[in-house]
Design a protein around this ligand. Structure first.
Ligand code: NDP
Ligand code: 8X3
Length: 257
């Protein structure tokens, strides 16, 4: 199995959930971990923990992936020892609201489109040219089962995740002939801060999302990302759909009442 030791992995949205677990999982394999999110204190604390527990280098910086100029500036300003990003995990993203169309807040639609689609594009556009120049790189996009199936109230969130699927396929086509790999990991329900964010901080409603069945945990997805990144260079896991056993589709979950 190819080693991740000393490879640089850049995880966007590492302050919580799947991103935090992914940073931890790569650090446990000896990778050097570059992290961004808006909540800087969280990723700085995580960086110190990873350095102490795994004796790896970690570097955290505040970034809102919706801000194209800030993304370009942050990547351009990386210290020399952090420039050779080998694995990019485009994880930063969110859902906002579950209202049936045409209800829903336009600001929520815009936030999802800007973070989940445009943010992923901005970060990839800033990082991938260096990967091409160096002749090594792996882009891992966190999509969703919501990018395979729509569900009532999912409308704009689903559209952004369908876009992640389309962009992952497009990157694979356009980077064909380079050594770069592109993977899309598409989870079903994972218990993170995702629903708390979706329901604008309504913790009781968020908790109901995961009631009566065992959802995935963020480590389940992080382990999959590590597995994809440690296949031999001629193997590109192009997509992986991972569901809780109790969830057969976006609209069918077996819950014990
Ligand atoms: P969390 O809310 O726990 O984590 C989301 C992360 O994204 C946080 O670190 C947050 O950091 C970051 N983020 C959000 N917006 C921005 C932004 N504008 N700029 C930078 N960072 C941002 O949710 P999850 O871990 O569940 O979500 C991670 C990804 O997984 C998302 O793309 C989500 O769509 C996807 N996903 C989640 C599933 C689930 O059921 N939980 C299932 C399938 C896919 P901060 O707020 O500090 O900026
Ligand atoms: C998150 C999974 O089904 O809540 O992408 O949209 S779902």
């Amino acid at each position: 199995m190819p080693s991740l030791k000393d490879k640089i992995v850049f995880v966007t949205g590492a302050s919580s959930g799947i991103g935090e677990s992914t940073a931890r999982a790569f650090a446990a394999q000896g990778a050097r971990v570059l992290m961004c999110a808006r909540r800087l204190e969280r990723i700085e604390t995580l960086g110190r923990t990873l350095a102490r527990e795994h004796e790896v280098a970690a570097h955290a910086f505040r970034l809102d992936v919706r801000d194209r100029a800030a993304v370009d500036a942050a990547v351009a300003a990386l210290p020399d020892e952090w420039r050779a990003i080998e694995i990019l995990v485009n994880n930063a993203g969110l859902s906002r609201g579950l209202d049936k169309f045409p209800a829903g807040l336009v600001e929520d639609w815009e936030e999802m489109i800007e973070a989940n689609v445009k943010g992923l594009l901005y970060v990839s556009r800033a990082v991938v040219p260096g990967m091409i120049e160096r002749g090594a790189g792996h882009v891992i996009n966190i999509g969703s089962i919501a990018g395979r199936e729509t569900y009532p109230g999912g409308n704009v969130y689903c559209a952004t995740k369908f876009a992640v699927k389309a962009l992952s396929n497009a990157m694979r086509l356009d980077l064909n002939g380079t050594p770069l790999r592109v993977t899309e990991i598409a989870p079903g329900m994972v218990e993170t801060e995702f629903s708390l964010v979706r329901f604008h901080g309504d913790a009781a409603r968020a908790a109901r999302t995961y009631q009566g069945f065992q959802p995935l945990g963020p480590d389940d997805i992080a382990e999959a990302a590590v597995w994809c990144a440690t296949r031999p260079p001629h193997v590109d896991v192009s997509e992986m759909v991972i569901m809780p056993t109790a969830q057969a589709s976006t609209t069918l979950t077996a819950r014990k009442t």
